[in-house]
Structure formats: structure tokens, C-alpha cells
Design a protein around this ligand. Structure first.
Ligand SMILES: [Fe+2]
Length: 378
């Protein structure tokens, strides 16, 4: 296989690189600000509700903690619970490299199931279904359709390829198909477009190499301007066919799996429709391009990270099966990361391309403009 990012980095196991990938890797936006501890930031993954296959290694809970100082983050420790034991490893400990590997591999499961499949493909699916079933004449189709192109097709194909009994994630990770579905549902039922923007997950402190937040906030700004202009131009038409939006809203409210306590996905007025369009285009283009196209960067090197970790001393351990799973991982991730269909800078509207070009200095350290696609189509 062609070299991926980590194979090209002699420092791939360094602590600095560990920090850099938590900020800018394939699962961004997961650092939380922490008060009253020795560390100021942490990323936590909770698998405690999930059954792990025999010989599979997956901690119940794992948390990587970081200290903040001088506009940068450094590793503080990794805490994890596994086999009834709670461990805390620090950079000076002999088990530190193992703790980082355990973290990277656990993160891989959450990246694929929740950030990639959940937050982009399946989350967008519910909006696309409600849109296609109800909107026929409303001018928002001019705005949305180029950003929904290929979504339902890839989701139908991906349902068998990525999840389900023969899907990549259940085959290559230590979770079975039902557990993968549970993890996916856990994510989607918590996602509500109302009041969401990348601001809710951005870090309060300035961190020099936090390229993701800078790019995400710039992209949101670009889309707010672009979609604001569109709504100004087409307001009369959007209002004239408002009954279609009412039907789309009723469809979304009836079929979404959003938790009751988080409200509904209703589209009550023009301002909510405009916000929803910004949310859909942000996820379809920028966010999916980030979490999808960086899969090979973080996941294309078995010595660095695997989506499944196995206990080689367990009687159920099968080295041939594990080698086949590793092969599948790098081949699939290479394919998913390298199919670049409909780049915005190629097929996007002139208004959108001009805005992106104006904001390129904030976006590009995180992701190249030509790596941002119009829609979630792979
Ligand atoms: Fe994808």
C-alpha cells in the first residue's frame, strides 16, 4: 500500500505527535475543557455499555488528558478501565506507549462509527430523506441538491460494506454488528441541528497548532455568508413554497430518533431553515471531507493504529484472521480516503469558491481547499 501520513513520520510515536493528532487528526473536535484538575483538557471514550468479543481488547472507559501552557498542549496522562482494573499511565511510565496505542485504537472505533458514519452519513441521511420526500419546487433545492448528491446511494451501499453482519467495522473491530449499531444510534440520537455550530466544540484557549478549530470556524463563517446571500435572493420563492418545508419538517419530526429531552428537528421558520441549510452543507462538505479523507492518514498503518486490538494469549485469538482484518483495514481506508468526487473548488458555485479562497489561510493548514468535496458521496 502507498505510504500514509504516519509511515512518513519518524516521530509518529512521540508525545507531540499524539497531541497533534488529537487536535487535527481524523477525529477532531473531541477535546473538552476540564476544571479543577492538574490537566486542562481531556478526550474521553466510553464503551462501558458495549460487549466486546472474546480475545478483543477494548477498555470500558479511556481518557487522554492534556495540560495547557504557552499556547500549546502536552500529554499529562491516560486513564483507562479494563478487566475490572483502573490504570493511570503517565509519559514517564513503562506502559505509556501501550496506553497511547490503546487510546488510538479505541478512538478509531469511535471515529468510524460515530464521527464518520453517525455524524455525517446517517445524520445527513435523515435530512436528505425528508428533503427528497417533500421538496419539489422550493428554491432551496438549488442550494441543497449539489450538497446531497450521492449521499443516499453511498449510504445504501455503505450499510452492507461498513456495518451489518459482513461490514468492515464489526469484522475488523472487537464489537459485533449489534454493538456497532448501538454505538451508532447513541451518536445520532444526540444530534440536533438547532443551536449547533462548530463554536460549541471549539477550544476556549488559543493553541498554536489547533488547525481544526480555525478551519471549522472559518468554514462556518463562509457558509453563513454564502447561504445568507442565497436566502436573500430567493426569499420570495422559499416563502411561496413554504408548505413543502412544513411537510419536510413534519417528516423529520416524525422519523428522527432524537432523544425526547433534546426536542425535535422541527423547522419552524425561515431563520431555522437557513440555519439547517448551513448545518447540512457544513457536514456534507467540510466535516465529511475531514473525517473521511483523513482516514488513511491515521488508519493506514497497522503498527500505529488498528480498529481492533486482540489479546494474542487468548484461546480464541486467530492470527490469520487478524492479519486478514489488518489487510482489509488499510485497503478500505485507502479507497475511502482517495475517492475525490465533486471537489468544491472544481464544481462549486462561483460565490462559494470566492469565499473559500478569501478564507484559505484559516482553512488550509487543517485541510487543503481542493480536498473539500461538495457532498458526502464516499
Ligand atoms: Fe464517508
Amino acid at each position: 500500500m502507498p505510504s500514509n501520513l504516519t509511515r512518513m513520520r519518524p516521530d509518529k510515536f512521540s508525545d507531540d505527535f499524539f497531541v497533534e493528532r488529537r487536535l487535527n487528526g481524523f477525529n477532531p473536535g473531541k477535546l473538552n475543557s476540564i476544571k479543577g484538575e492538574e490537566w486542562q483538557y481531556a478526550v474521553k471514550y466510553d464503551c462501558s455499555n458495549h460487549v466486546v468479543e472474546p480475545s478483543g481488547i477494548l477498555p470500558k472507559i479511556i481518557e487522554a488528558r492534556f495540560t495547557f501552557g504557552g499556547q500549546s498542549l502536552s500529554c499529562h496522562s491516560i486513564k483507562y478501565e479494563m478487566n475490572g482494573e483502573c490504570m493511570v499511565n503517565r509519559p514517564e511510565d513503562s506502559e505509556w506507549e501501550w496506553a497511547k496505542r490503546l487510546f488510538r485504537c479505541t478512538e478509531f472505533v469511535f471515529q468510524e462509527v460515530q464521527s464518520h458514519l453517525g455524524r455525517t452519513h446517517m445524520n445527513l441521511d435523515q435530512y436528505a430523506m425528508a428533503y427528497y420526500r417533500n421538496v419539489e419546487n422550493n428554491p432551496i433545492r438549488l442550494l441543497l441538491e449539489p450538497h446531497l448528491e450521492g449521499l443516499l446511494n453511498i449510504n445504501k451501499l455503505g450499510a452492507g460494506l461498513i456495518k451489518g453482519p459482513t461490514g468492515f467495522i464489526p469484522e475488523a473491530s472487537s464489537l459485533d454488528p449489534d454493538e456497532v449499531d448501538k454505538l451508532l444510534i447513541e451518536e445520532v440520537k444526540n444530534l440536533n441541528y438547532h443551536n449547533w455550530s462548530p463554536k460549541v466544540q471549539s477550544l476556549p484557549d488559543r493553541i498554536v497548532n489547533n488547525h481544526f478549530d480555525r478551519a471549522a470556524l472559518a468554514m462556518w463563517d463562509v457558509l453563513k455568508q454564502y447561504i445568507g446571500q442565497f436566502f436573500k435572493q430567493h426569499e420570495v420563492g422559499i416563502q411561496a413554497y413554504w408548505s413543502e418545508i412544513e411537510q419536510m419538517s413534519a417528516d423529520l419530526t416524525a422519523h428522527s430518533i432524537l432523544k425526547l429531552e433534546l426536542g425535535t428537528l422541527e423547522i419552524a421558520d425561515l431563520a431555522e431553515l437557513q440555519h439547517l441549510c448551513t448545518y447540512i452543507v457544513y457536514l456534507s462538505s467540510f466535516f465529511h471531507s475531514w473525517v473521511n479523507n483523513k482516514q488513511y492518514e491515521d488508519g493506514g498503518d497497522i503498527s500505529y493504529a488498528t480498529i481492533g486490538l486482540w489479546d494474542t494469549h487468548h484461546p480464541a485469538y486467530n492470527p490469520i484472521k487478524v492479519t486478514q482484518r489488518h489487510g482489509k483495514q488499510v485497503v478500505l481506508l485507502w479507497t475511502l480516503s482517495n475517492v475525490h468526487s465533486n471537489p468544491i473548488m472544481d464544481v462549486g458555485s462561483t460565490e462559494l469558491k470566492d469565499l473559500l479562497w478569501m478564507y484559505r489561510e484559516q482553512i488550509e493548514p487543517g485541510i487543503a481547499l481542493d480536498a473539500i468535496m461538495m457532498s458526502t458521496n464516499i
